[in-house]
Design a protein around this ligand. Structure first.
Ligand SMILES: [Zn+2]
Length: 334
């Protein structure tokens, strides 16, 4: 028996740290924050224990809570006071995100990233205005004719307006999440035209049509009123397509490349890391958070341990940045 090679030598307690390959830091983490224009008080999000929607008046306090844990960056999501078929409140100068960004950037040094999409702002809950002829009251519309879905090119114009309005309010980075073709180029051009050439774009470059988003839809009121998002988000079966999507976003000027969700798609995170030189972000989504909490509540898992192991695994797979609902809890323990 040849035991020249004994990997266990380097697993002794005093040397483990020296040979550790992956380290998680609070500066790797981005905390999602939900600002709700329809409420005067904080509202717990039932399927995401520990998270709340906060009123605009509490946005600064909420971000300060995040920063106290050592996490410097937040991703803002807004719940508007009213919705319509086009999602017009998404680019309103006095919109919920615009107002929250102004207050947060005035009062704190947080790095503020904004979600650029329409699903929280449209009354049908899709990520853009619908093609002509698609009736929002028709449960079977999209299934009967799959060509009838979100109007890609009309959505681009709205995304340009949203991104510019966020940058004008002071957003440090914008993050388009709608998986519309050409969205990064459209936003880059609009930002540059309006003098925001220094604002980077974190593109949701490979975003899958995932069942793990369920709890987020409680949090942000963004569930589609009919149909689903499979005509614009990616098929979970496809990995090569993710590289095509990411390559297009790189060509269009994306600064950071995001994969969403994270844990069920670590192969994609790893491949994007190897194929591209850009920073890679992964979104550890609401369902990934909720399932660990649910199991911990039953006493089946140790929440702290599985949360930390999840984030470490996402980083080991190749993510530089991790958006996660565990950001504050984990950062405090690092
Ligand atoms: Zn959306």
């Amino acid at each position: 028996m040849d035991l020249t090679h004994r990997p266990r030598r380097l697993r002794q307690d005093r040397v483990r740290g020296l040979v550790s390959e992956t380290r998680l830091e609070p500066s790797d983490l981005i905390a999602p924050v939900f600002v709700d224009a329809t409420t005067d008080e904080r509202r717990p999000i039932e399927s995401m224990p520990g998270h709340e929607r906060v009123p605009i008046d509490d946005a600064v306090a909420r971000v300060e809570e995040v920063r106290e844990t050592g996490v410097e960056a937040v991703m803002l999501f807004g719940i508007p006071e009213s919705k319509d078929p086009e999602g017009r409140r998404a680019w309103a100068e006095d919109g919920v995100v615009q107002e929250a960004v102004r207050r947060i950037t005035d009062a704190t040094d947080a790095y503020v990233i904004t979600d650029v999409c329409l699903c929280e702002y449209t009354d049908h809950g899709h990520c853009g205005p619908l093609e002509d002829g698609l009736r929002t009251d028709d449960d079977h519309g999209p299934a009967r004719d799959p060509t009838l879905t979100v109007d890609n090119d009309a959505t681009l114009e709205s995304l340009e307006r949203i991104a510019v309005s966020h940058a004008a309010a002071g957003a440090d980075m914008v993050a388009p999440s709608g998986m519309m073709d050409g969205m990064v180029a459209a936003i880059r051009t609009a930002l540059d035209r309006e003098g925001h050439e220094h604002v980077p774009i974190m593109s949701y470059a490979a975003k899958y049509e995932s069942a793990f988003y369920g709890p987020f839809r409680d949090a942000a009121d963004g569930a589609p009123a009919f149909g689903n998002r499979r005509h614009y988000q990616m098929d979970p079966a496809n990995a090569r397509e993710a590289l095509r999507e990411v390559r297009l976003d790189v060509e269009q000027g994306a600064d950071v490349l995001m994969v969403k969700p994270a844990l069920p798609y670590l192969d994609i995170v790893g491949t994007v890391r190897r194929e591209f030189d850009h920073p890679v972000a992964a979104y550890n989504v609401s369902g990934e958070y909720a399932m660990l909490h649910a199991a911990a509540e039953k006493g089946w898992l140790d929440l702290e341990a599985v949360a930390l192991e999840s984030l470490l695994s996402i980083k080991r797979a190749g993510a530089d940045l991790i958006l996660t609902y565990f950001a504050e809890d984990v950062a405090e323990r690092l």
